[in-house]
Design a binder for this molecule. Structure first.
Ligand code: ASP
Length: 735
């Protein structure tokens, strides 16, 4: 179906026309005082702003040569129409033929899935010379924001003060699903999602176009796209060409459909113009994208939980799994390929967690937050009316975290059992789907609702295709050992009984894994359709194991809902009183909805006597290239760099091809692949990372240490055009 624009949405439902400002003002969270201070700050500000907030930011005074309405205008096509979400990342349309630029690490899974030991596109890179050579990116979707509406009142009308915490979570959840279903019926072809903007307070319904036929167009070799590997990940200076091109396709009538050879390139309403001149130090830049999640409004008690339990546990579990995958893949490239996507994502989070642990200590965040909270408590106590309404709110939040802390390590271990051990992850999906499908659609957990089941099924098939039983056996045994290491009385009797029943000898686990049939994707998919009775009658060992553990996982799910039900209204109260206390401008935490952040290309000083400049060049690629992983460069890159075959992509001052740039915007995961735009809204880089110090951004942003990293457009064009000869793509982008 033809896409409806935001403009048409406004015609359809003028009463529902939503302004984020009105929501914010209703919450009294942004007040003129804060905005005034924003206006005078010429550097950058904390904030991933919802796109409807742009007028307030006074961007033209800060260097933008566009009017905010050219970036976002609910009544006309504007720059945001050229931005899309690519799975968990962001991308930009860079031609009128649906060509998308995003990161290599965002396209990584697609490249891995089409690679084999013989045709290894991760190693060699992939260049399609025409549309017919483009390869399906299995499991990829592209989402474009079309419309939005404030539905806070509708969501919150489903709850009242008499409800238990669990019932409150369930009621909100159900109401959100009802609204999504209603909206999808009203706007066939669009997908609806209700996002929580301010915890427990404001909800916005977004309508998206979802494109499902996505194809791989161009990827540099991983020795360019992931140059420096995990050694350089989250670091500056950086020399990684972290970009790839994809293309979205639709049916000939323009509607969204699964892959078909008859599909045609998608025609975006707007595409982003690439500017081959890139950016210079101190230039104004802004980023549009879909930042995933930040936790800046959390309390000191939450950050303590992160510091003492969650982050160290992640580092421990993930580094162990990474080591095992490295060993397994060392001798056999096809095994390494099976593990590649998972390895990369674990490694990314593991190093980020280490950065966050360091950041918590370095910034003294917990202590600072505690001092702020002490002042807030005094403020509340100073007024009987405030005391009556908000007294004890911080203590009550602290009580919930204290309860979470008590069993957190055991819960993390149980969750790892059904994620690290892939067989248990498949078994869980099957058992959960079969039980949930017995319920009414709206009562089900989201992955099993009719609208989501095809995606869940596809993901299960793709995951099974990468299953490697030998590594999985190591994970299963390791997790059983970890669970056995807890005092018995800290685990539920059901878990203890299951642990007692397992023979962890290699032989036994081997034959146990060999006798399950769910490693066969077509069988697993058939299982999804069964009733609980049919599933149990199969007597499949992996499914039997999961059936006996399942009640425990249900208990954990209920516990999560209960905690969420307690915390959400408390955080809502906290925001209210904080606003009364410190008339301050603060914006909602990231929640995977479209946001803008802005700043300047700028270096920083991460430590005493250390100064980092903000543009890296090809010279650095050559300097880092040792020929030893992860610092191997393709010979064609080395050759062209040494011969200074730079073409028009030279930085006039540095007399070299710029590779990456650094800027002081406010980004997080999900901003990977976001366009870095100059003052005219042209693409000058593609965001892909942050510095090690900036990993703490997710909890607290600060201009002195928060820096994001993008691959310079000149490196993108040099690699694509000059090194790998894909001039047709440059032409397609109008260059
Ligand atoms: N490289 C990052 C990621 O993968 C992007 C970021 O968090 O800034 O999540």
């Amino acid at each position: 179906m033809p896409m409806k624009s935001i403009a048409s949405f406004n015609r359809i439902a003028p009463a529902a026309r939503w302004s984020f400002s009105s929501v914010v003002q209703r919450c009294l969270l942004v007040v003129p005082l804060g905005i005034g201070s924003l206006a005078t700050n010429s550097f950058a500000d904390e904030g991933m702003y919802p796109i409807s907030e742009l007028e307030r930011l006074q961007l033209p005074q800060k260097g933008l040569a566009l009017q905010p309405s050219e970036i976002f205008n609910p009544d006309q096509v504007s720059l945001v129409d050229g931005i899309c979400r690519v799975n968990g990342c962001t991308g930009s349309f860079v031609s009128d033929q649906g060509l998308i630029i995003t990161n290599h690490h965002c396209a990584f899974d697609a490249i891995q899935k089409v690679s084999t030991a013989d045709k290894d596109y991760l190693t060699s890179g992939f260049v399609s010379r025409s549309h017919v050579e483009e390869l399906p990116a299995a499991g990829y979707t592209v989402r474009i924001t079309e419309q939005y509406e404030d539905v806070s009142a509708k969501v919150l009308s489903s709850v009242d003060a008499s409800m238990s915490a669990t019932d409150r979570t369930k009621a909100i959840d159900k109401r959100r699903k009802e609204l999504e279903k209603e909206a999808e019926t009203k706007h066939p072809g669009l997908r609806a999602e209700v996002a929580e903007m301010f915890t427990g307070k404001t909800y916005v319904l977004f309508l998206y176009t979802y494109l499902k036929d996505i194809r791989l167009v161009f990827a540099p070799p991983a020795s360019v796209g992931a140059f420096g590997g995990e050694t350089d990940n989250w670091e500056w200076p950086r020399h990684t060409g972290d970009f790839s091109f994809l293309r979205a396709y639709t049916t000939p009538d323009g509607s969204s459909a699964e892959y078909s050879p008859d599909n045609i390139p998608y025609r975006p309403k707007r595409f982003i113009q690439v500017n081959p001149q890139g950016a210079e130090e101190e230039d104004f830049v802004f980023i549009l994208g879909y930042p995933g999640r930040t936790l800046r409004q959390r309390t000191a008690s939450y950050f303590e939980f992160e510091q003492q339990i969650r982050l160290p546990e992640i580092v421990r579990y993930y580094s162990w799994q990474m080591q095992e995958m490295e060993k397994a893949g060392a001798q056999d490239r096809s095994v390494a390929l099976n593990h590649a996507t998972r390895y990369k994502s674990l490694a990314n989070v593991e190093k980020r967690s280490r950065g966050q642990l360091l950041g918590l200590t370095r910034t003294g965040l917990i202590e600072t937050r505690r001092q702020e909270e002490e002042k807030l408590k005094k403020f509340i106590a100073s007024d009987p009316a405030l005391e009556k309404r908000f007294g004890g709110v911080l203590e009550r939040i602290g009580d919930v975290y204290a309860e979470i802390n008590r069993s957190a390590k055991q819960e993390i271990a149980l969750r790892e059992l059904r994620t690290a051990c892939r067989l248990f992850s498949f078994a869980f999906t099957i058992v959960d789907a079969v039980h949930e499908r017995q319920k009414e659609d709206l009562e089900r957990e989201s992955p099993y609702m009719d609208r989501n089941l095809p995606l869940t099924t596809k993901q299960l098939q793709l995951d099974i295709a990468d299953w490697h039983p030998d590594t999985d056996r190591i994970f299963l045994r390791g997790l059983i050992d970890i669970l056995n290491g807890f005092p018995q009385d800290s685990l539920s009797p059901r878990i203890v009984k299951w642990l007692d029943s397992i023979d962890t000898s290699d032989e036994s686990l081997k034959s146990w894994m060999a006798s399950t049939r769910i490693g066969d994707a077509s069988f697993a998919v058939k299982c999804l359709e069964m009733t609980p009775e049919q599933l149990s009658a199969l007597n499949d060992p992996a499914l039997q194991a999961m059936l006996s553990l399942y009640p425990e996982y249900l208990r954990l799910r209920e516990l999560d809902k209960e905690r969420e039900g307690k915390l959400n209204p408390l955080y809502g109260e906290l925001q209210d009183v904080k606003q009364k206390f410190q008339a301050d401008a603060f914006v909602p935490d990231a929640n995977a909805t479209l946001r803008l952040t802005y700043g300047r290309v700028r270096g920083y000083s991460p430590a005493d006597a250390v100064i980092r400049t903000p543009i890296s060049t090809l010279r650095g690629v050559l300097e880092k290239t040792t020929g030893i992983e992860p610092f191997i460069s393709p010979k064609e890159v080395i050759q062209k760099a040494k011969q200074k075959e730079f073409g028009p992509f030279v930085h006039p001052r540095l007399k070299d091809v710029p590779v990456a740039i650094l800027y002081n915007t406010d980004t997080t995961g999900g901003n990977s692949g976001s366009p870095v735009l100059n003052h005219k809204g042209e693409l000058v880089a593609v965001n892909f990372d942050r510095t090690f110090e900036a990993t703490i951004n997710d909890f607290a942003w600060n201009e002195s240490y928060s820096r994001s990293i993008g691959v310079d457009v000149r490196y993108v064009l040099w690699i694509t055009g000059i090194v790998y000869g894909a001039d047709h793509l440059l032409k397609e982008m109008g260059l």
